[in-house]
Design a protein around this ligand. Structure first.
Ligand code: GTP
Ligand code: MG
Length: 173
């Protein structure tokens, strides 16, 4: 944190987790660059983007980390979570198996981060309403039981993407 002429700067690390192909990388590219890739490849290792925003007149830098959902392509788990202030746990509303994995991701998150980390459960691909397998109600119920925020997003049509990240950032701040 720096302090120039009374204006403070905050740097927050946020991690995105969830099964492969739920849309983690596209949520990040939509938020950080307003880009969507219909043919994106699985992430290898770890990538991150820094996004600047202003909340209550304060400059906030959110450093958002993205890794592969598949174990074999993932970054070293403990390093990935180290220093995180917030987490987006993503599933795909059109694939129930990705929702079934949420508890496993939560266990991993809880084993690496303390309970003060701001957590958001994200049901992505809300544009795929016609092939939905997980109801909004199910997502909401799980989030309430686990003490998470909940939102449904679409990286494809941009719905709620900014809101998802900014709720977490605000909660940290
Ligand atoms: P890994 O890196 O393997 O863990 O996957 P990921 O979670 O980063 O998924 P990625 O962002 O690469 O997206 C996987 C596929 O889903 C791609 O074909 C995307 O175009 C597609 N996709 C991502 N978000 C959405 C969305 O909101 N709606 C729809 N319809 N497709 C999406
Ligand atoms: Mg990815």
């Amino acid at each position: 944190m720096s302090d120039e002429e009374g204006s403070e700067e905050y740097l927050f690390k946020i991690v995105i987790i969830g099964d492969s192909a739920v849309g983690k990388s596209n949520l990040l590219s939509r938020y950080a660059r307003d880009e969507f890739n219909a043919h994106s490849k699985t992430t290898i290792g770890v990538e991150f983007q820094t996004q600047c925003l202003k909340i209550d007149g304060k400059e906030i830098k959110a450093q958002i980390w993205d890794t592969a959902g598949q174990e074999r392509f993932r970054a070293v788990t403990s390093a990935y979570y180290r220093g995180a202030f917030g987490a987006l746990l993503v599933y795909d509303i059109s694939r129930r198996t990705t929702f079934d994995s949420v508890s496993r991701w939560l266990d991993e998150l809880n084993s690496h981060c303390d309970s003060t980390v701001a957590r958001m459960l994200v049901g992505n691909k809300s544009d795929l309403e016609n092939i939905r397998e997980v109801t909004s109600e199910e997502g909401k119920t799980l989030a309430e039981a686990e003490g998470l925020f909940f939102i449904e997003t679409s990286a494809r049509d941009s719905t709620n993407v900014r809101t998802a990240f900014e709720i977490v950032i605000r909660e940290i701040y």
